[in-house]
Design a protein around this ligand. Structure first.
Ligand SMILES: [Zn+2]
Length: 264
């Protein structure tokens, strides 16, 4: 993964077989503190016009029209949206438009970027013969079948986000962007218990290693190669927003993936 910059916007980029992943930083936006600068999250107290401008800047830096970028309203759930074309209207370009509640996106179409918003959660880009997927993985999205039931009233019968997305596209490769590290992520007993089926060295006391959990789930799901940014969002206030560090009053960066090739 390497740093790229265009028009003042700075992001991490990963090359995957037939696909590209990008992970944005705070650098290159117009938002004022505490959302400075490239806050992409519309469900924050930031100026909505600044968010729209930041989204436009990121899209432009990556070489896309904002309307082409698929996104959703994230709810720490397990639902995936499959995209056969750009969303109309586009919730990324027009944040007021109606948005489906999903934490993962899939597409087989080239040149159709999928985006998730993050500020500590793990952004996971997948590629495989069936397409690409972009996932927003908090601990709830990661904890699922085979890891013990989190909630007896849960009605969804699907697997965790990682397993279901990897199966849907036959994922072979993954790129994982910056997320909160075990250095900064203290959790309660109920969270640790949710992962008890996964081994016993993914936490040090109450400090949970979400990245390691994600890696294990990816390997269990048949992913062969995993590239990671290796950066903690909470440790780096100049580069990244962190929900935990900033006690909720912060912006959102993004993880994106798109299939290479002619735009459909
Ligand atoms: Zn940290």
């Amino acid at each position: 993964m390497e740093w790229r910059e265009r028009n003042g916007v700075r992001w991490l980029q990963a090359t995957m077989p037939g696909a590209t992943a990008a992970f944005s930083s705070r650098i290159g936006g117009v938002s004022e503190p505490p959302f400075d600068g490239l806050n992409l999250g519309a469900f924050t107290a930031d100026d909505p016009d600044a968010v729209v401008e930041n989204r436009r800047r990121l899209a432009c830096a990556l070489g896309f029209l904002p309307e082409r970028i698929a996104s959703g309203r994230q709810v720490h759930g397990h639902e995936l949206a499959a995209h056969a074309g750009p969303q109309e209207p586009s919730p990324f370009a027009e944040p007021d438009s109606r948005t489906s509640e999903v934490d993962g996106h899939l597409t087989a179409m080239a040149g159709l970027p999928l985006l998730v918003f993050v500020a500590d959660c793990v952004p996971v880009a997948l590629s495989g013969p069936g397409g690409v997927a972009m996932l927003h993985c908090g601990w709830r999205g990661l904890a699922r079948r085979g890891l013990g039931s989190l909630d007896a009233t849960e009605t969804s019968t699907g697997e965790g986000l990682v397993a279901s997305a990897a199966a849907a596209i036959g994922a072979t490769d993954a790129a994982i962007g910056p997320s909160i590290g075990p250095c900064c992520y203290e959790v309660g007993e109920e969270v640790l218990e949710a992962f008890s089926g996964l081994g016993d060295d993914f936490a040090s006391g109450p400090m949970l290693d979400l990245l390691e959990i994600t890696r294990r789930l990816l390997l269990q799901s048949g992913v062969e190669r995993i590239e990671t940014a290796g950066l903690c969002t909470s440790c780096d206030p100049k580069l990244f927003f962190s929900h935990r560090r900033d006690a909720g009053l912060t912006g959102r960066q993004a993880g994106l993936v798109w299939r290479d090739g002619a735009v459909g």
